[in-house]
Design a binder for this molecule. Structure first.
Ligand SMILES: Nc1nc2c(ncn2[C@@H]2O[C@H](COP(=O)(O)OP(=O)(O)OP(=O)(O)O)[C@@H](O)[C@H]2O)c(=O)[nH]1
Ligand SMILES: [Mg+2]
Length: 337
């Protein structure tokens, strides 16, 4: 890394510590930069953030990461808007990553207005980043993970909105502490879940658009019945609730927030948060290394499983430092071959 890049990393670390909007944007650009000369700087920045003690936040949910997933048009952005309004009125700060926001109106625009509030990000309290999944050769989870790490260094809550179909859902489940699935009334989502075997992933289900009538309540019962088939909770395991809400009428929003908070408390009390995060970090690291070095590169160190075992072992320093180190070893092997 050049002296100039080192200085840039230091400057960004300071800017993030101060919650400066410009520093947040620049840091997000840096960690999403695919050029190899920027890569080391990005990993050093993330490593620096990971080593920093938690920034005290205004809410007890410091750095709580929540995924909001569901079919296109289910109302993810609308619900997120409602959640953000309620949380923000309690003075919590919120960072949002919207992956592939297709709905301009409810997605970017509403939250975008807040972003133009004066003052730093921490004062205005809400920051939205959109990311396009199109035209990416894989690597979305990797970029999302890095962006979440940046936002987590500043905000109490980090939300990640992503369209939930199959694979992307598995990815987002790895990235967050709590996964919320937004269901569309009567959309037959339940059956699709069963088929795809992803019913186990969400921690909370919410049937949105309750205002449209009995079909929402029916979908809720249907979903509840289907979930019942996966076995009752034993008190120790979290039992995913099925909530009913209307983003439009602002109904059920506080109950959703309470449920998200209860899930965090449940995990925290059982020491499961760190475990889940660690799993997500290994997934991030492997994806990041695979994208850069390919199968051949990973094979230099015994393949993805061997690298995963190495990453799962206790280590000093952050996962980002480990990725940097393993990358350098792969490069050395390739040069030596
Ligand atoms: N009736 C009703 N309509 C809603 C509600 N929430 C959202 N909608 C409408 O549903 C449509 C989709 O809402 P979005 O919030 O953009 O849904 P989304 O899941 O974010 O959509 P994508 O990001 O495109 O996948 C919009 O026309 C909203 O106005 C609700 O509670 N009730
Ligand atoms: Mg949306």
């Amino acid at each position: 890394m050049t002296a100039e890049q080192s200085q840039r990393v230091m400057r960004l670390l300071e800017g993030l510590a101060a919650g400066e909007r410009g520093a947040i944007s620049e840091a997000l650009n840096l960690v999403d930069d695919r050029r190899s000369e920027e890569r080391e700087a990005a990993l050093r920045l993330l490593d620096g953030l990971a080593q920093r003690a938690d920034t005290p936040g205004s809410s007890p949910h410091v750095h709580h990461r929540v995924g909001i997933t569901g079919a296109p048009g289910a109302g993810k952005s609308s619900l997120l808007n409602a959640l953000v309004e309620n949380l923000h009125s309690e003075a919590a700060s919120i960072g949002i990553i919207a992956v592939d926001p297709s709905s301009q109106r409810s997605g970017g625009a509403l939250l975008g207005d807040r972003m133009r509030l004066s003052g730093g990000a921490r004062e205005s309290g809400v920051f939205l980043r959109s990311m396009a999944a199109r035209d990416r050769l894989g690597g979305l989870a990797d970029a999302t993970h890095a962006s979440a790490a940046v936002l987590s260094s500043v905000f109490d809550w980090v939300f990640i909105e992503t369209v939930g179909v199959g694979q992307s859902e598995c990815e987002v489940a790895d990235l967050v502490d709590t996964l919320v699935f937004v269901a569309q009334p009567g959309a037959g989502d339940t059956l699709q879940f069963m088929k795809a075997g992803i019913l186990e992933l969400p921690d909370i289900f919410v049937v949105n658009k309750a205002d449209i009538g009995p079909v929402a309540e029916r979908t809720r019962s249907e979903l509840q019945a289907t979930l019942g088939l996966t076995g009752p909770g034993d008190g120790e395991n979290w039992q995913a609730p099925v909530l009913l809400a209307s983003a439009q009428d602002r109904q059920g929003i506080d109950a959703l927030i309470e449920s998200i908070a209860a899930h965090w408390d449940h995990r925290l009390a059982r020491g499961q948060l760190a475990e889940r995060r660690a799993r997500g970090q290994v997934a991030f690291a492997i994806e990041s290394l695979a994208r850069r070095y390919g199968d051949y590169g990973l094979a230099q160190l015994g393949g993805p499983q061997a690298i995963a075992r190495r990453l799962e072992a206790p280590r000093e320093g952050s996962i980002f430092g480990a990725v940097l180190e393993i990358g350098q070893q792969i490069e050395a092997e390739i040069r030596g071959a």
